[in-house]
Design a protein around this ligand. Structure first.
Ligand code: ADP
Length: 542
């Protein structure tokens, strides 16, 4: 609006100036004509005297003879002036009696108006005025007009500003977050409609995003594996509680580096590896726990944009691995000892180095060692079956007092040899289980009670039925087990004192432990070194 009014004002100013200029030019020309007529009369009457008299100097007066020679000029010396016969106004005046013309000066800077009149003697009187005069008049006339126009322009500016403000104010006052209700102008209805539908869309997307984030959070929070997402600068972007627990880290600050979570060298190697584009795995071992970190790079537009780290607790797996390695080593060793003995004895027999009378002794050796081997292999098979969770027998209800009696009968011979007396106390008690495993448990406990006893000692088996179920206690008066070994005696191949071990495989108590666990029974041990040990098995109520 301001620009339009400015353009209109400028155009009218130009127009006014043009019109005024034309008008004033005519006016000036008319004045010039009158002045020329007036002067011509003077010259007609007084000749040169009139011209040399007291003439007003603002207009130029030139008197030219009929042949063009300049007779007089009030601005220049006529002697220096060339013939004026060729001037348009003079030629015209010579022909018609009067002539006028307008010419620009050489520099085009100013315009001169000429008026010429033929005098009665044939000479021509010419007067001229410069255009300056016209412009002076125009400027004078235009001044008030320009003032009015400027005032109009200021008014236009003020009005357009005010109108613009009035238009915009209700739009500014609109709440675009909640653009319900009528728009301030009908023209805005379409825009408001669009904003409304966009707002709805954004709201839906936000809810969707929030739901997905919650889902992701719920999934990762319930994972036992640690999850950590980092960016290219190792800043933590996302993590779950398991990650903090496994890395033994505190909650990271916003934008904190992953290196602040864990200072172990393996962890750093993982992060560096993944950020250089390599999937990296490391084991972190500390204070008996073992964690595996797997770091994978995240590719973004062909470059590594960050990494995802998964932290697993592999302590148990590592321990199992360790046990398996130890077990394999132990089995090989245990198998080798009797086999070497058998091999040696067989060689001696083969080479005929043995007296016929000694053959039964050597054959007995082979027999005993082979027996030991079979016992060992059987024990390994039993253990591995229990490990696999299969027993190889049916579940039955077994009367434990009778079973104990049977087991003790099997050990009578050995007990006598060791000068150990066997006692069975208590009464009938029922337990549910696989008979072979029940017998195995009782046999191994009683066998140990005899084996690790002292001459003259005793073994007492007590079978009882309690409120919670059947209970069997095997008590001996033997060498006892020191406190630090009470857990370890149940480990495979663990032997407290190798010299005392005799024919034992080192697997007996392992079979007891796994057997009891298989049957759901509780196993406990009380012992005092030099006094004796009591192993108790409590079975669930039938
Ligand atoms: P082994 O075949 O050597 O008897 P076990 O697993 O039955 O293997 O026992 C492991 C170890 O526990 C034995 O070598 C022994 O040192 C110790 N032990 C087991 N029972 C007794 C007990 N009643 N008194 C003292 N020490 C025992």
């Amino acid at each position: 609006m301001a620009a339009v009014s400015l353009a209109v004002l400028a155009a009218s100013l130009v127009l006014i100036v043009g019109v005024l200029h034309g008008y004033f030019q005519d006016q000036v020309l008319e004045e010039l004509r009158q002045k020329t007529v007036y002067t011509a009369r003077g010259v007609e009457q007084a000749g040169m005297d009139y011209l040399t008299g007291d003439l007003p100097r603002d207009s130029r007066v030139t008197w030219v003879a009929a042949d063009g020679t300049v007779l007089f000029d009030n601005w220049e010396d006529p002697a220096n002036m060339a013939s004026h016969a060729d001037r348009a106004e003079i030629r015209e005046a010579l022909l018609t009696g009067k002539g006028s013309s307008a010419r620009y000066s050489d520099t085009l800077a100013e315009k001169t108006l000429y008026y010429a009149l033929r005098l009665s003697d044939g000479s021509v009187l010419r007067m001229s005025d410069t255009q300056d005069a016209v412009w002076l008049l125009v400027l004078e006339a235009v001044q008030p007009v320009a003032f009015v126009l400027l005032a109009a322009l200021a008014l236009a500016l003020w009005l357009s500003g005010r109108v613009a403000w009035q238009l915009v104010a209700p739009i500014n006052a609109m709440d675009l977050e909640d653009p319900e209700g009528e728009p301030p102008y009908e023209e805005l209805a379409l825009l408001l409609g669009r904003i409304r539908s966009q707002n709805r869309q954004i709201q839906h997307q936000m809810l969707d995003l929030q739901r997905r984030q919650e889902e992701f959070g719920a999934i990762t929070e319930n994972m036992s594996e640690g999850l950590l997402v980092i960016d290219r600068e190792t800043r933590v972007l996302s993590y779950n509680t398991a990650a903090l627990r496994l890395l033994r880290a505190d909650k990271p600050q916003a934008g904190e580096s992953a290196y602040a979570l864990n200072r172990e060298a393996g962890f750093r190697r993982c992060v560096e590896g993944a950020l250089s584009g390599q999937r990296t795995e490391q084991l972190l071992e500390r204070e008996g726990s073992c964690r595996q970190v797997i770091a994978s790079p995240v590719q973004q537009e062909g470059a590594v944009g960050g990494a995802v780290l998964v932290v697993l607790d592999v302590t148990e797996k590592e321990q199992r691995e360790q046990l398996r390695r130890e077990f394999t080593a132990n089995v090989s060793h245990e198998l080798k000892t009797p086999l070497t003995s058998i091999l040696g004895t067989a060689e001696i027999l083969e080479n005929g180095l043995v007296q016929p009378g000694d053959i039964p002794h050597f054959a007995g050796n082979i027999h005993r060692e082979a027996q030991r081997l079979i016992g060992l292999v059987n024990d390994i098979i039993k253990l591995s079956r229990l490990d696999e969770g299969e027993s190889g027998g049916q579940w039955e209800t077994v009367e434990l007092h009778a079973l104990a009696e049977n087991v003790l009968a099997q050990l009578r011979q050995a007990a006598e040899t060791k000068q150990v007396t066997l006692h069975l106390e208590g009464g009938k008690a029922l337990a549910r289980g696989v008979p072979q495993i029940l017998e195995e448990i009782l046999y191994n406990l009683c066998d140990n009670a005899v084996a690790y006893n002292r001459p003259g000692g005793s073994v007492t088996v007590t079978v009882e039925e309690t409120d919670r179920g059947a209970r069997v206690a095997v008590a001996d008066t033997g060498i006892g087990i020191p406190p630090e070994a009470r857990e370890r005696v149940f480990e495979r191949f663990y032997r407290l004192d190798k010299s005392h071990s005799g024919t034992g495989t080192g697997l007996g108590l392992s079979i007891v432990k796994h057997g009891a666990a298989y049957l759901g029974a509780k196993l406990s041990l009380e012992s005092q070194v030099g006094v004796g040990s009591t192993f108790t098995v409590e079975f669930p109520k039938v």
